[in-house]
Design a protein around this ligand. Structure first.
Ligand code: CTP
Length: 405
């Protein structure tokens, strides 16, 4: 279950395109995340996919034009419109986009779009020539000005075999946009939150580096949870190829020094910094521009300290008051509470997320984590093994509380 989606009523309008199969995947993902997904198929969509497909993955009724003309038809679309939290039209064909732009109501999908009082996300899917046609572009402009939110289309191979702009975006991207739109009025609306993730890499030479096993998963999950709560998020990511959550600003860095520079730049006026990145503590004193060759013998690598980023953040905060809240992490292999409490104090944090990295199922490079939250006032909250997404929700919940205090 994903909290921002739980029990949300989503109306998915599917129009006539081969990308309709992707809509079935989207409906399934949304349902698994806790949303109540009702689907409306346009007459052309029914040629590509059946109501049964959607009913099977959503457990809800899927509507077609036959329902519109059945006994309950005249109230059905109004009722659906009133209860819907978010409408998604995916795939949106050129024909459906034209109908929506001109307010036509000659099929259930378009009728529903006229009755909802919620945001509408549209994922176009068509041949690139049709997409770039002035008629379609003019229709898109009308809908954009009316506040509809467009995702895609993407570039790639289309049904015709041609390559171009016109593919419907992948369900995961739409899913991210749905989370973003549903969350944007959340309890962190208007708050600028910086999240760091991943592990820094300190170069030895042109190809080698000192790094650590951090995957970035926990930091990315925190960034996503902050978006779910409506925050304006900057994610500073070190050496991770994880997919960027929809709706945030991502800055990629490699070294601790680069991360320090980006953080110091971003924290001016920031409301919170969540320092989930595993920053290297040591870096080679100098890094060779060229690759060190084996025949030169075993190199001696002298190390120095990397900048203590949270230390510098703490000094900046004393002077300026920003960021208002700082959350740190403590990766410990022994004396978890004692070591983490010391870090909370020495780094002047509001909250520290301590995790025992000696366990194989928690901490670095796995999907689960076992954390203990230690607050500035001395409160200690131990938690069992949880998914990193749930840990992220927990941390963001505590952040919301800190803002309220
Ligand atoms: N951190 C930092 N700058 C560094 C190293 C770490 O800001 N140069 C941050 C990490 O992002 C984390 C917190 O400090 O939020 C604690 O990191 P950790 O590596 O556990 O602690 P250290 O202070 O480096 O102490 P040690 O490695 O000796 O346990």
């Amino acid at each position: 279950m994903i909290r921002v989606l739980d029990q949300k009523k989503i109306l998915l309008g599917v129009s006539g395109s081969i990308a309709a199969y992707k809509a079935a995947d989207l409906a399934s993902k949304l349902t698994q995340a806790g949303a109540i997904v009702k689907v409306v198929l346009s007459p052309a969509a029914k040629k590509f996919i059946t109501p049964l497909t959607f009913q099977s993955v959503t457990g809800q009724k899927t509507y077609t034009d036959e329902d519109l003309w059945s006994g309950e038809g005249h109230v059905l679309h109004i009722g659906l419109g009133m209860e819907t939290d978010l409408m998604v039209v995916a795939p949106a064909s050129a024909d459906t986009i034209a109908r929506l732009a001109h307010g036509l109501a000659d099929n259930f999908l378009c009728l529903a779009a006229l009755t909802v009082h919620c945001p509408i996300i549209v994922a176009p899917a068509m041949d690139s020539g049709m997409y770039t046609h002035p008629a379609t572009q003019a229709n898109l402009t009308i809908l954009r000005e009316r506040g509809m939110i467009f995702v895609g289309p993407a570039e790639g191979r289309m049904a015709s075999g041609l390559v171009g702009l016109g593919r419907m975006v992948e369900p995961t991207e739409l899913f991210g946009m749905i989370r973003y739109v549903l969350g944007r009025e959340g309890d962190l609306k208007g708050k600028h939150i910086i999240v760091t993730a991943g592990g820094t890499a300190e170069p030895i030479d042109a190809v080698r580096a000192i790094t650590n096993r951090s995957s970035g998963k926990q930091g990315f999950a925190i960034a996503q949870a902050a978006i779910d709560h409506g925050a304006d998020v900057t994610l500073i990511a070190a050496n991770t190829s994880l997919t960027t959550p929809v709706g945030l600003k991502r800055i990629n860095v490699i070294t601790a020094r680069e991360m320090q520079g980006q953080i110091m730049n971003a924290i001016q006026n920031a409301d919170a910094l969540i320092m989930a990145a595993a920053v290297a503590d040591f870096q080679p004193e100098k890094s060779e521009i060229q690759k060190i060759k084996k025949e030169e013998g075993i190199p001696e690598i002298r190390l120095t300290y990397t900048p203590d980023i949270l230390g510098e953040v703490s000094q900046y905060r004393e002077k300026t008051g920003f960021p208002k809240i700082v959350v740190g992490f403590a990766a410990e292999s022994q004396n978890l509470i004692r070591n983490a409490s010391q870090k909370l104090e020495s780094k002047n944090l509001d909250l520290i997320v301590a995790n025992d990295i000696s366990a194989s199922d928690a901490g670095f490079a796995v999907d689960t984590n076992r954390v203990t939250l230690i607050h500035k006032n001395g409160k200690v909250e131990p938690y069992p093994l949880m998914h990193k997404e749930d840990v992220a929700e927990l941390i963001i919940d505590r952040l919301v509380q800190l803002f309220q205090e």
